[in-house]
Design a protein around this ligand. Structure first.
Ligand SMILES: NC(=O)c1ccc[n+]([C@@H]2O[C@H](COP(=O)([O-])OP(=O)(O)OC[C@H]3O[C@@H](n4cnc5c(N)ncnc54)[C@H](OP(=O)(O)O)[C@@H]3O)[C@@H](O)[C@H]2O)c1
Length: 325
């Protein structure tokens, strides 16, 4: 089969389509013929050599896909050859075929095309597991999403609104904020021209928000703590600004704050299967009802993976970028 190979760690130009061996499936796995895969920010880190695949994972990029089941392992009962599915991967999406544990496979949501379905597995599993399963955001609470126009952000806005939360977002341009507003965001903050802490305080009568989903890390740590309400929860899923910081933790005690962080990729297959089943139960009906829509900015053929990475690293996109083998 054809797959995108990282010829050596480096810039987007190191990505090249090459002929590689077909993946072999285990007894509990499904082989998917890929119709589309989607980029994730982590792919750019893996390309540069700073985010190696976990042990046993495919050496190729790609954390999610949609496609058609081509064969199933002998212990797999739910999926049949020919089923149209999408899947959460530990790697291997930038290819024509991928082997994946059956527990990480989902049906294509009703009303969504096979290609668009590739935009959902990673964002849905990340946001559902962090904001809802771990931080337990509930209806009536407030959520601040940093990077509101990102793949993660555009999904998080929609599902949090659907769950009855009041949603705040930050983004780096008016165009991105207007898009977030169109998805349902209530309070849109341009972090380049406004102080998000002051704006959060102003919009919440001085209280702060209940949950923050953060992709920036170190440079935002103190300001995130300062933006939280009593019993507030800060959830860190990325370190786009860096991992190191110095902070005054005094406010954590007084306001009983929780700080948590988690990655999806290194979880066990059992743990991923649990998240995937919760996503199917809680998120798939919202997609089928049209309450959560795919946000696809642009699709590229697989052989233009380098161009797709350049677009992601420019941060000019809104939502997801797809690759079509
Ligand atoms: N923990 C997990 O399991 C997990 C899973 C998936 C994703 N993530 C993380 O979630 C974040 C979003 O991922 P994604 O795939 O949705 O990314 P994405 O679509 O590429 O969006 C990232 C956005 O972050 C903003 N940004 C903020 N600071 C930045 C900086 N220093 N450099 C570049 N951009 C910056 C940019 O928008 P502005 O113009 O508004 O700055 C950019 O569009 C990433 O940090 C990713 O690593 C974590």
């Amino acid at each position: 089969m054809k797959a995108v190979v990282i010829t050596s760690p480096g810039g987007p130009e190191v990505l090249q389509v090459q002929e590689v061996e077909n993946p072999r499936i285990g007894d509990d796995e499904v082989l998917i013929k890929i119709g589309a895969t989607a980029l994730n920010r982590a792919d750019t880190l893996q390309r540069k050599g700073s985010y190696p695949p976990p042990e046993g994972a495919s050496p190729y990029l790609g954390l999610e896909c949609a496609g058609t089941v081509e064969s199933v392992g002998k212990n797999v009962t739910r999926w049949r050859v020919g089923d149209e599915v999408c899947a959460l991967l530990s790697g291997g999406g930038y290819a024509e075929k991928v082997a994946v544990p059956a527990g990480q496979v989902l049906p294509v949501p009703r009303g969504i095309s096979l290609i668009e379905a590739a935009s959902f597995p990673e964002v849905a599993c990340t946001v559902w597991s962090t904001v809802f399963m771990m931080s337990r955001l509930s209806a009536g609470e407030t959520l601040l999403i940093h990077g509101g126009s990102s793949g993660i952000g555009t999904f998080a806005i929609q599902i949090a609104k659907h769950q009855g939360a009041r949603v705040f977002v930050t983004a780096g341009s008016q165009e991105k904020l207007t898009f977030c507003k169109g998805l349902g965001a209530d309070v849109c903050i341009n972090y380049k021209t406004e102080d998000f802490v002051a704006r959060v305080k102003e919009e919440t009568g001085g209280k702060g928000v209940d949950v923050i989903l953060d992709n920036v890390g170190g440079p935002y740590f103190q300001r995130n703590l300062n933006s939280l309400n009593v019993n507030g929860r800060l959830f860190i899923i990325g370190f786009q600004g860096g991992t190191v910081t110095e902070a005054n933790l005094g406010c954590m005690l007084a306001r009983r704050l929780t700080v948590q962080a988690a990655g999806l990729r290194t979880r066990s297959p059992e743990n991923k299967a649990l998240i995937v089943s919760e996503v199917e139960k809680n998120v798939w009906p919202a997609i089928a009802a049209g309450k959560v829509k795919p946000v696809v900015y642009k699709s590229f053929p697989l052989y233009e993976a380098a161009e797709a990475h350049r677009l992601m690293e420019s941060s000019n996109h809104i939502g997801k970028i797809l690759l079509i083998p």
